[in-house]
Design a protein around this ligand. Structure first.
Ligand SMILES: [Zn+2]
Length: 283
């Protein structure tokens, strides 16, 4: 049963594309050292076991003011990802079924926000139709950061090792369905875009005035609550990613709102409080 978080008139539901995706901890967090783990307070097995960090790949479905909004669109189906066999030419049915279970069809999605343009955040943006990539959500306005788009647009031939920019972003731009936004832009009333760079050069978060912060890949794992200093191997600017993460965690712990990253295990949202040098989850 999929859990739903209700904050006033905002409804939040996770749509999973890949329930569990495991990476050696040192591969994800190059600066990780086992000696930093708290002896008397082990991380749950859902977070880390046998030297592997476990992540979930999910979109967030937000329903508010009659709008159906997606934050990020996971890995997707049929994508050519030879550099990542688990993502290569998937059927993607888990994600489509998750959307269907919410009583929705792709045609019903009004807005798709791309926090950043990594391959596991934009895959369902497009689908393969007669050999051509077309928008999966024909009636949606897609939104991404202006800085993020400009960076990938200028460099993707050299920097995009999965080809996601070409098959999941450019077809949206070609159909004039992509809007480029900056810090402070209102997605709808009560949902504001925040510029939080570091993981990528133009990474965006989305803040709800109902008390939630959708923070994309500003952090990947609860391990980074305990150790906010750990940036991932996929962060384009690890030092900036670190200072962005530390600032964000401090803000959310002080506001008492929900922290909602892209890759935490179920339910995927948490509240945090300051604890020694890092943060702990409020259960
Ligand atoms: Zn990412």
């Amino acid at each position: 049963m999929v859990k739903n978080l209700k904050l006033g008139d905002l409804s939040i539901t996770g749509l999973k594309d890949i329930s569990r995706f495991s990476i050696p901890v040192k591969k994800l967090f190059p600066d990780f050292d086992h000696s930093i783990l708290r002896k008397n307070d082990p991380l749950p097995e859902s977070v880390m076991s046998k030297g592997l960090i476990h992540l979930t790949i999910r979109s967030w479905l937000l329903r508010q003011s009659g709008k159906n909004i997606l934050i990020d669109s996971c890995v997707g189906a049929d994508k050519e990802r030879p550099n990542h066999p688990a993502w290569h030419k998937r059927d993607g049915m888990e994600w489509l079924n998750a959307l269907k279970q919410q009583g929705l069809k792709p045609e019903d999605i009004d807005i798709v926000l791309c926090t950043h343009l990594h391959a596991d955040h934009v895959g369902w943006n497009t689908k393969l139709e007669n050999g051509v990539w077309v928008p999966t959500f024909p009636n949606a306005k897609y939104v991404c950061g202006k800085i993020e788009y400009n960076y990938w647009n200028n460099t993707y031939k050299e920097t995009d090792k999965h080809g996601a920019f070409e098959d999941s972003i450019l077809p949206i731009v070609k159909k004039n369905q992509m809007e480029f936004v900056e810090d402070g832009w209102d997605l709808i009333k009560g949902l504001k875009v925040q510029f939080r760079p570091g993981h990528t050069i133009g990474h965006l978060c989305l803040e709800s005035d109902r008390g939630a912060l959708f923070c994309g890949d500003v952090l990947h794992s609860p391990l980074q609550l305990r150790h906010p200093e750990l940036s991932s191997a996929f962060c384009s600017d690890p030092d900036l990613a670190r200072s962005t993460r530390e600032k964000l965690l401090m803000e959310i712990s002080e506001s008492g709102g929900y922290l909602i990253p892209a890759h935490f295990a179920d339910p995927g949202w948490t509240k945090i409080k300051k604890f020694t040098t890092g943060y702990s989850e409020i259960t």
